[in-house]
Design a protein around this ligand. Structure first.
Ligand SMILES: [Zn+2]
Ligand SMILES: [Zn+2]
Length: 412
């Protein structure tokens, strides 16, 4: 029996791989906002995620890839990026340098039932700002995320924004919410019933239609929010409006993780069905203290699903010209290799056959490869120190002196 990739994983190649490269290239925008790249381990101590993500979340309750290593340590494949970045920030005492901005990308792991667009290994790209509490930062992070997604030519999405208040005002709200939802307890799904006890706010996260019917008239945080949290939220809304970011407030947006407070946001696309969130994030002022023990620092960040972004990105247009070098005869092969290296040096993508084949076979392969031009080096051309250049879109052929080849493509 042949071996297949494990359930819930996939190989990334061809078009998707090119889109992934484009996503990483466009993260240049993060560098312009002075974020630096951080690469953290793919596995961490299990404790990090229990403390960081929260024991009552779906991730920690049932989705973590946890195992014991040979030294008897409990290890977990990272289910998200933020906890690791925060751990690194504390471990390397980066707080001594003031606030820090990071971005990262890489695979994350969650043991979920595989379904369309959902994998057990999936890629995220994200950014975090640690050590700043101003609403200016919240606004800038949302603005930057919006710019990033637009750079990938993804346009059909909306930005949903909410505030979760702080520990103080949210506590009051949770009591009211729990009281309200308890009236309908028996109509809610098992997940909702459980969350009603552990974390009532997360009930609002339920995607089951029959549960959602009961959420229409739930009390909102707005009735309980304290002045400081209110000023912060108004500030975020005002600044991003000024910056031209289109958004709407969704008072039921709570995000799946326990660590958020104040600002939360999601970029949602209608083109992805029920799994419509392409990017999500928020402020997490208590997480740094939770993970780094005693070092309290405010923070905010977001993460985006690379697979989902790739699904929404338009087909990649080749920007670099692709040239096939077709040859015949031994001298032809040497000339072809030299021409190939010169053209690579000049920035073109080139390909050539490594076997002696008919021109017809070489053109056929070139066509399949999506080549723009072929450089033809038969015995006659080699003797005359020229090449024939065939334009695959116009089918025209011209003779070009070998010494002029690179120059010719620069002008063509
Ligand atoms: Zn508050
Ligand atoms: Zn439910």
């Amino acid at each position: 029996m042949s071996i297949k990739a494990p359930r819930g994983t996939k190989d990334i190649f061809g078009e998707i791989s090119e889109k992934f490269q484009e996503i990483i290239k466009m993260s240049e925008i993060f560098k312009q906002f002075n974020f630096e790249q951080i690469i953290t381990p793919i596995f961490e101590s299990t404790d990090l995620f229990i403390r960081g993500i929260g024991e009552t979340t779906d991730i920690v309750e049932k989705e973590m890839y946890t195992f014991e290593d040979k030294g008897g340590r409990s290890i977990t494949l990272r289910p998200e990026g933020t906890a690791s970045v925060v751990r690194a920030y504390g471990e390397h005492k980066m707080y001594q340098e003031g606030s820090k901005k990071f971005f990262y990308f890489g695979p994350m792991f969650r043991y979920e039932r595989p379904q369309a667009g959902r994998y057990r290994e999936f890629y995220q790209i994200g950014a975090e700002v640690i050590g700043e509490c101003s609403y200016l930062v919240d606004a800038e992070v949302i603005f930057m995320a919006d710019k990033f997604v637009k750079k990938l030519k993804i346009n059909n999405y909306s930005i949903e924004l909410n505030t979760l208040g702080c520990k103080v005002c949210r506590a009051e709200y949770q009591v009211a919410l729990k009281a309200y939802l308890t009236q309908f307890r028996e109509h809610l799904c098992d997940d909702c019933k459980r969350r009603l006890e552990t974390n009532p706010l997360r009930v609002l996260d339920c995607k089951v239609e029959s549960c959602r019917e009961y959420f229409n008239d739930v009390p909102t945080l707005e009735q309980y929010i304290d002045d400081e949290c209110k000023v912060h939220f108004e500030g975020v809304k005002q600044i991003i409006t000024t910056l031209g970011v289109v958004f709407h407030v969704n008072s039921k947006l709570v995000r799946g993780l326990d660590y958020y407070n104040r600002t939360v946001f999601e970029f949602v696309s209608q083109d992805l069905g029920a799994q419509g969130t392409i990017l999500g994030g928020g402020r997490y002022n208590n997480l740094v203290g939770e993970i780094c023990g005693g070092i309290d620092q405010p923070a905010i960040g977001f993460a985006a699903g690379m697979e989902r972004m790739a699904m929404l990105m338009p087909k990649m247009e080749a920007k670099t010209r692709k040239i096939a070098i077709c040859w015949q005869g031994e001298m032809g092969s040497i000339c072809a290799l030299k021409a190939r290296l010169e053209l690579i040096e000049a920035g073109y993508i080139t390909e050539m056959s490594y076997e002696s084949k008919s021109f017809k076979a070489q053109f056929k392969k070139a066509n399949k490869d999506g080549v723009d031009f072929a450089v033809i080096l038969g015995e006659d051309e080699v003797l005359r120190n020229i090449a024939k250049v065939k334009n695959f879109s116009s089918q025209q052929e011209v003779e070009v002196a070998m010494s002029n080849l690179v120059e010719y493509f620069k002008e063509a």
